[in-house]
Design a protein around this ligand. Structure first.
Ligand code: FES
Length: 328
């Protein structure tokens, strides 16, 4: 998504179903290599509500789809705003937005969906790297509305590459803006001095997420939530042999072979599961697990959620047990 999307990655797999068509009302240059889109319904009608941390899936005319965090005013019921970083090494999604998508064009979207919700806390520390500021912006406004103390650490390569600095100026010294070429990397020592009850929300590139995870190692479980641009590297699957997949509502049991995804097996059994990123970062394929032990291979769930084992993301996740029963 993550974050991507912030939390985001190009993928050639189009979203399945659940799409609406929106019109690009405005396209803005927000920072070096970052453009913003304001999306509205073709009839300027009301759009579905969303909460801070939500993203939408955009499906481009070239068949790619990508997830972008909503970064506008959540109380504006008639437009969505996203920001898109040009990714020179991407597969073409961001290049399409920057070079080909224009004001007045229409685009298919799915969502909003929230895999990065702001949980209740006594206080918040937000950490953003580059375009990772996008899901964080609405969180600042939410924390402010709730009257909770908060602070933001915002890093980027250069000041001119950092979007939304103008929106952050009114927050004064609660925001630390750290362009790397001026002041080096973000000082994460603050994670070792947090008041009890503080939750940390971080979105940015993998090196930042890794540094924050290290700095947060002594925080209580559940204190840190992250959203990613790309899927995390995963160890080998727990089991290398086939397993039985029971689709409870369909009353069908199939065998999932090594190398076959649960998504593929369910589709072959006549029970396709809605999917988008197929990388375990968007949450579209979330499915309830009724019996068995999932082998979680997504990049969203935290340790407690994995331990519970009552839902998983079958585009990437598998089974650790001989049999897995899903609520589909
Ligand atoms: Fe995105 Fe499974 S399709 S998490």
């Amino acid at each position: 998504m993550s974050t991507t999307m912030t939390a985001a990655s190009d993928t050639a797999s189009p979203a399945v179903g659940g799409k609406v068509r929106l019109r690009v009302r405005r396209k803005l240059a927000l920072a070096d290599g970052v453009c913003g889109l304001e999306l509205v319904a073709p009839d300027d009608g009301r759009l579905p509500d969303w909460t801070p941390g939500s993203h939408i899936d955009l499906t481009f005319a070239n068949g790619l789809n990508r997830q972008y965090s909503l970064c506008g005013d959540r109380w504006d019921a008639h437009s969505y705003q996203v920001a898109v970083l040009r990714e020179p090494d991407g597969r073409g999604g961001s290049a399409f937005v920057h070079d080909e998508l224009g004001e007045g064009d229409v685009i298919d979207i799915a969502g909003p969906r929230n895999n990065f919700p702001l949980a209740p806390a006594d206080a918040y520390l937000f950490v953003a790297g580059g375009i990772g500021i996008t899901p964080i912006l609405p969180m600042l406004e939410q924390a402010e509305m709730l009257g909770k103390p908060w602070r933001l650490l915002y890093g980027g390569r250069t000041r001119t590459s950092m979007a939304f600095l103008d929106r952050l100026t009114p927050w004064g010294d609660r925001v630390d803006v750290c362009p790397q070429d001026e002041s080096g990397l973000l000082d994460l020592d603050v994670l070792g001095r947090l008041e009890a009850g503080t939750k940390v929300y971080c979105c940015g590139p993998e090196p930042l997420l890794a540094a924050v995870r290290t700095a947060a190692v002594d925080l209580p479980s559940g204190s840190l939530r992250t959203e990613r641009f790309v899927a995390a590297a995963m160890p080998a699957p727990v089991r290398t042999t086939s397993f039985d997949l029971e689709l409870a509502r369909s009353g069908v049991t199939v065998t999932v072979a090594p190398g076959q995804s649960i998504l593929e097996a369910a589709a072959e059994a006549g029970a396709p599961i809605l999917a988008s990123c197929r990388q375990g970062i968007c949450g579209t394929c979330e499915t309830d697990v009724l019996e068995g032990t999932p082998d979680h291979r997504d990049s969203m769930l935290d340790d407690d959620e994995r331990q519970r084992g009552d839902l998983f993301y079958p585009c990437v996740s598998r089974s650790a047990s001989d049999r897995l029963v899903l609520d589909i």
